[in-house]
Design a protein around this ligand. Structure first.
Ligand SMILES: NC(=O)C1=CN([C@@H]2O[C@H](COP(=O)(O)OP(=O)(O)OC[C@H]3O[C@@H](n4cnc5c(N)ncnc54)[C@H](OP(=O)(O)O)[C@@H]3O)[C@@H](O)[C@H]2O)C=CC1
Ligand SMILES: O=C(O)[C@@H]1CCC=N1
Length: 266
């Protein structure tokens, strides 16, 4: 497919997708962006060379429309663009919680719907996107949706019933890791390090640990054990994490995110 692709909703995630598509070689002239604020439209046109239009024009002219608006706005935007949609077009929803059935119920029959859960590391081409198909998607359409996301990272095809759990893990996951990073930097400051030194130490430790996980394929338990010398510093620290219930807190946090995703879709 070499037709136009539209992105409706150019906030944090929408702009991340637009920037990644341009970076990966999609011609800016093949990208339409649905954005209602004139000032923001001018900024996007200048930054990426894309054409910013109203949502109806985006839906009419594009063969594929990515919806990157808030879940709470999805019904209204679908109702707005439905008159411009036609069978054979592809809608790719990146919204948390919103089911393919919900999208299909607002658009003409024959419009294909794919649900994607992306994440913000797509900004540096290290995204993780999970993709699920709706009820009438061709293999070519699914492959096209996957290709949009693989231009900014890794893509996994999953059954839609796993999407709320996936949202709790990889969709929201970057925020948990940034929270851990913030906490470690603050702890370093408490221990007397300059903030800049603490930040350098923590960021490189995270990047190095991530690279080890990916490049060695070794189980994280083994990697953790390798750091934990008998009666050493790491054992002392990990004991405190257990005492403070950090593992249980992660489980509770991700259950809450999963439940919130399900609630957004109901
Ligand atoms: N941020 C993240 O890490 C992730 C987000 N997502 C999903 O991406 C979606 C967007 O989230 P996020 O980018 O964080 O949110 P933002 O609030 O940053 O972006 C939403 C954008 O949608 C625009 N918008 C709202 N209504 C309309 C409309 N009628 N027409 C055109 N644009 C409209 C808003 O414009 P305006 O500013 O003018 O209101 C805003 O730019 C959500 O559904 C979220 O679940 C998924 C995975 C990760
Ligand atoms: O917080 C949210 O609702 C969105 C979905 C996943 C990440 N951010």
């Amino acid at each position: 497919m070499s037709e136009q692709t539209a992105v409706i909703g150019a906030g944090v995630m929408g702009e991340t997708l637009i920037s990644g598509l341009v970076r990966s070689g999609h011609a800016p002239s093949s990208l339409l962006v649905g954005e209602r604020r004139a000032e923001r439209a001018a900024e996007l046109e200048e930054r990426y060379g894309v054409r910013v239009v109203d949502n109806l024009t985006a839906a009419r002219e594009a063969q594929t429309v990515a919806l990157v608006i808030k879940p709470q706005d999805m019904g209204a935007v679908l109702d707005e663009i439905a008159p411009a949609l036609r069978p054979g077009q592809l809608l790719v929803s990146l919204a948390a919680g919103i089911t393919t059935a919900f999208v299909e119920s607002h658009v003409p029959e024959g419009v294909a719907v794919v649900r994607v859960m992306p994440n913000t590391p797509a900004l540096v081409d290290e995204g993780m996107a999970a993709v699920s198909e709706g009820s009438s998607v061709t293999e070519e359409q699914l492959a096209y949706a996957e290709s949009l996301m693989s231009s900014v990272g890794k893509v996994l095809r999953i059954p839609e019933k796993q999407q709320d759990a996936v949202t709790a893990i990889s969709g929201s996951g970057p925020a948990y890791l940034f929270y851990v990073v913030e906490s470690m930097i603050e702890a370093g400051v408490h221990l007397g390090l300059p903030r800049a030194t603490s930040t350098d130490l923590v960021v490189q430790t995270l990047v190095g640990s991530g690279a080890m996980l990916r490049e060695t394929g070794t189980h994280p338990t083994v990697l953790r054990e390798q750091v934990t010398s008998p009666a050493g510093t790491t054992a002392a620290a990990l004991r405190e994490l257990e005492v403070h219930g950090v593992r249980a807190a992660f489980l509770a946090a991700m259950e809450a995110a999963r439940d919130r995703s399900a609630a957004l879709g109901s």
